[in-house]
Design a protein around this ligand. Structure first.
Ligand code: SR1
Ligand code: MG
Length: 406
């Protein structure tokens, strides 16, 4: 009998004992310290450390209610999904995800590698840090984890087993509501609209029927296109990074969905970093350097994705009909169109929706913040409405130029 035979939400002081009981990671008599370090919307994240040896480990536990809202309850099965997908991603994109040491379905807790020497990317971006290798790393991660879990590459029966195992209705519902519905029709009244932009949001988002139709089409693409095993929440808070290396983590929203969802999320979140730099960096040279890097990263992500997609497709395609000339290009067109559409939806929901991003909300000057939000919304609408014409990195740079006037 162990106190961990039935679920309870652990406090920081209880986690060292839990780790010692479940794993042989630390010395038996180590004097462990533990701190809750989570700043996400859903779970509790503990760092357990042995100051004597310097070793540390992360324990992540899913609570039944969400941290962002006590009223929202989602299945704790998300922990199983996360532990399982991290193993799959590690096999396709080795070194780019943290190692999982334990998943405990009773306590809904996972122990994993502590990504020491890395910073949460959104935190680093808010300090206007540049990460020169990010576009290369994230596209390697995406092309490998996404394309290789599709019917193009993976055996169809194996893929269907994965589709089953990654059915994630509660977390998908959060995205369906927060990304695809509420920013346009605020039926749950959970949006956070910046008051100076209330009229703008009403006209540009709530009253634009043509936009609603495109959002609806994209919502059905999200719900019905079981294309590949996607991360499902690939924003800059799901990345731990330094100048040389990148870890992608926190894939609890994973399911079989359209791969453009992941690519579009990265693009939108890189633009939030641009907005923060543009509004808050005083030194012109520093601003040019940081903001220029943000935009080049967006462009590189699209172009490198295409380059690596072509290579991985040719090397790994197994499906007979996917080898038919023209199929590879047709399939890519769909991915790129979804990418632009989702970049738009993620941009909008993080600006006016329930889960805003601090890149925007911490811009201290109200006028500058209002301007940044208007730029994001204008650009996002272009991405959504004209998504089929976003075919390469330069198309994104052109759209940014039009929206910002820079
Ligand atoms: C209710 S959870 C709000 C958001 O946090 C997560 O990171 C997802 O992006 C979700 O939409
Ligand atoms: Mg998260």
């Amino acid at each position: 009998m162990s106190k961990y035979d039935s679920y309870f939400l652990m406090k920081a002081e209880e986690v060292p004992d839990y780790v010692q009981e479940k794993l042989s990671y630390f010395d038996k008599d180590a004097r462990l310290e533990c701190k809750e370090i989570g700043d996400g919307n859903l779970n509790y994240v503990f760092r357990v450390k042995d100051p004597a040896s310097g070793k540390s480990i992360i324990v992540k536990q899913a609570g039944e209610a969400l941290r962002i809202s006590a009223e929202m309850h989602v299945s704790t099965d998300r922990g199983r999904i996360e532990a399982k997908i991290l193993g799959i991603q590690d096999s396709y994109a080795p070194g780019l995800v943290p190692k999982v040491y334990l998943y405990d379905g009773t306590m809904c807790a996972m122990a994993m590698e502590d990504m020491t020497g890395h910073t949460m990317m959104r935190t680093g971006l808010l300090k206007h840090e540049i990460y020169p290798r990010f576009a290369d790393h994230v596209t390697t991660f995406m092309v490998n984890s996404l394309l290789r879990t599709t019917d193009v590459v993976m055996g169809h029966k194996e893929k269907k087993e994965l589709v089953k195992s990654f059915i994630n209705p509660d977390l998908c519902e959060i995205s369906e509501d927060l990304v695809y519905s509420e920013p346009f029709i605020d039926y749950n009244h959970r949006n956070n609209v910046f008051p100076p932009n209330a009229e703008f949001v009403k006209k540009e988002l709530y009253e634009d029927q043509a936009l609603h139709l495109e959002a609806a089409k994209l919502k059905f693409e999200f719900m019905n296109n079981a294309q590949s095993l996607i991360h499902g929440d690939l924003h800059t808070g799901s990345v731990f990074i330094n100048k040389e290396h990148t870890y992608i983590f926190d894939p609890e929203f994973a399911f079989y969905g359209p791969m453009g969802y992941d690519i579009g999320n990265v693009i939108a979140n890189m633009f939030f970093a641009w907005c923060n730099g543009d509004a808050t960096i005083e030194d012109e040279k520093e601003k040019e350097e940081f903001c220029g890097w943000c935009l080049n990263t967006i462009s590189d992500i699209v172009d490198l994705f295409i380059e690596k997609y072509n290579k991985v497709f040719d090397e790994h395609v197994t499906e007979t009909m996917a080898k038919v000339p023209g199929f590879k290009e047709w399939y890519l067109e769909g991915i790129l169109s979804d990418t632009a559409g989702v970049a738009g939806l993620e941009s909008i929901r993080r600006t006016v929706g329930m889960a805003n991003v601090i890149d925007i909300t911490t811009i201290p000057d109200a006028e500058k913040r209002a301007r940044a939000e208007k730029i994001v919304i204008t650009l996002a609408k272009n991405y959504i409405m004209n998504r089929r014409s976003f075919r390469c990195g330069a198309d994104y740079l052109k759209a940014v130029k039009e929206a910002t006037g820079k």
